[in-house]
Structures are given as C-alpha cells and as structure tokens.
Design a protein around this ligand. Structure first.
Ligand code: CAA
Length: 259
C-alpha cells in the first residue's frame, strides 16, 4: 500500500499524495514513496507533463509530519531536511513540465512541494502558509530559497516571518500561482494545460525548462550562451524539421515524436 498514486495515461501523469486522513502530511514513509514514484517517472522517456495533487477535498499537503518531527534531535532533523529537499529536487529535475494542482491546504512542506513544481494552479479553497516559525523552526524543504526566488525576498520574508495564511486569490496576486479555478474544475484545468504542453515539441519544452532554471544561476551572458546552445540543439531534431516544413506547407502539425 503506497502513500503515492501515479496514473499515467498516454504521455501525461497525475501523481497524488494519498494520506488524506492526515491531510497528506509528509512523514518519512510518504517521502520515500514519493521519491520512488518520482524515480520511476524519470525513466518514462515520453512523459510530457506531470500533475501533482493531494488526495481528498481538503488538503494538497498540510506540511511535514509534526508528530514525526517533534522527536528529532538536531542531526536527525538535518537528515530529514536533506531528505525532503532531495525528494523535491528530484521532482524539479524531471525533464518535462510539472504542474501543481493545489486543492486545499498547502502549508509548510506542502507549500514547498508546490514551489518545487514549475507551474501552480489553485482551487478557490487553496490556502498557502509557512507555519514553521510558530512551531519554532525554519522552513526545511526549500521554502526560504524557492519562495524568495519566485516572489522576491519581501514577500518571502513576510510570509515566513509571520506565518500568515494566504488565500488563493492573494496567491495569484503575489505570483505564487498562475491561475485560480473552482475546486471541481481543478484537475480538468490542469489536464488541459498538460495537454497543451504535451502537444508541443518535447525536446524544445524540456530544453526551455532547463534554460529557465539556469537563469537563476547564470550571468546573462552565460544564460544567453546556454540558450543559443539549446536553440542549436533543436535544429538537430526531426521534430523541428517536420514542424517547420508543415508550417511552410500551410499544414497543421501536432505530431511531435520526441526525436
Ligand atoms: N503533521 C502531522 N499531522 C497533521 C498535519 C501535519 N503537518 N496536518 C494535519 N495533520 C493531522 C492532524 O493531526 C489530524 O490528525 P488526527 O485526526 O489523528 O488528530 C488530521 O491531520 C486532521 O487535521 P485537523 O483535525 O487538525 O484538521 P483541521 O481542519 O482542524 O485543521 C489544519 C487543518 C489547519 C491544516 C491543521 O491540521 C494544521 O494546522 N496542520 C498543521 C499545519 C502545519 O503546521 N504544517 C507545517 C508543518 S512544519 C513543516 O512542514 C516543516 C518543513 O518545512 C519541512
């Protein structure tokens, strides 16, 4: 019995954290199942988009498991933090786009899981917060780094220092989420976006993803060099040749082969 369900249909997968009785809180077992699922998805060569969501109607993920954390000493906490961060980093490094479908509470580690995805869609019931400082800890699975990169240090500082809970509409205004939809529309909306992505050239999309994240590390000159190299790489693909020929022949083209 796994705490993570993966449903792969054609080239789109939906990954669901499945511990609804604990509001999908992340303990070591859930994180291990998540890592196993992510590792398997890394092997899916024609995966074109991944949706991450939480089971049940109330919660995406309500954070790391406080019961498990309460007994940790400092060394064990460091290991737990490294483990959670490494699982989320494995998710971020999936080559195809990853969409978080945030269906309720995204607190602490749950907010951090959403931040490790490339795009966030939220239901109107989504609630984002970092309650950590009220528990005597800092965020531990990447929150200080990823929220600051996404929204700037001002927004990250306020939300992490105060633990204030942010509703979906405010999360949209802050740039935390890309879109807010009704709860019963969330998965359909995520699937529609996933299909729009899956309809594009997978090599070009994967390279664009790599280049976008590289922009966080590189100087503009280095970033432009990397982009030029990826742009050049695309011209070695069959997909580029066939898509451009179709354009010139005035034909619709949706038959990208990942070649
Ligand atoms: N850890 C462990 N158990 C949790 C949990 C968590 N983070 N969040 C919820 N649960 C459990 C509750 O203990 C409860 O279990 P029982 O039925 O066995 O008592 C069950 O889920 C349902 O939760 P509630 O009864 O509390 O539901 P509610 O509707 O009254 O409240 C809530 C919902 C506001 C999300 C509340 O559960 C809550 O505040 N949860 C904790 C959120 C939190 O602080 N998350 C951050 C953790 S720290 C972290 O994540 C560190 C990091 O960066 C890695």
């Amino acid at each position: 019995m796994s705490f993570v369900n993966v449903n792969l249909s054609e080239n789109i997968a939906i990954l669901e954290i499945n511990r609804p009785e604990g509001l999908n809180a992340l303990n070591t077992e859930v994180l291990s199942d998540l890592l196993e699922a992510i590792s398997a998805l890394h092997e899916e060569e024609d995966l074109r988009a991944l949706i991450v969501t939480g089971a049940g109607e109330k919660s995406f993920v309500a954070g790391a498991d406080i019961g498990e954390m309460s007994g940790l000493n400092s060394r064990e906490a460091e290991n737990f933090g490294h483990f959670g961060s490494s699982v989320f980093e494995a998710l971020r490094q999936i080559p195809c786009p990853v969409i978080a479908a945030v269906n309720g509470y995204a607190l602490g580690g749950g907010f951090e899981l959403a931040l490790a995805c490339d795009i966030r869609l939220a239901s109107t019931t989504a609630r984002f917060a970092f309650p950590e400082t009220g528990l005597g800890i800092t965020p531990g699975f990447g929150g200080t780094q990823r929220l600051a990169k996404l929204c700037g240090t001002g927004v990250a500082s306020e939300l992490i220092f105060t633990g204030r809970r942010v509703k979906a509409e405010e999360a949209l205004a802050l740039g935390i989420v890309n879109k807010v939809v009704e709860p019963d529309q969330l998965i359909d909306e995520a699937l529609e976006m996933a299909k729009a992505i899956a309809d594009k050239a997978p090599i070009a999309v994967a390279k664009a993803k790599q280049a976008i994240y590289a922009s966080e590390e590189l100087s503009i000159e280095q970033g432009l060099d990397l982009e030029a190299a990826f742009f050049a790489h695309c011209f070695e693909t069959q997909d580029q040749k066939r898509a451009m020929k179709a354009f010139l022949d005035k034909e619709e083209f949706h038959d990208f082969q990942n070649l």
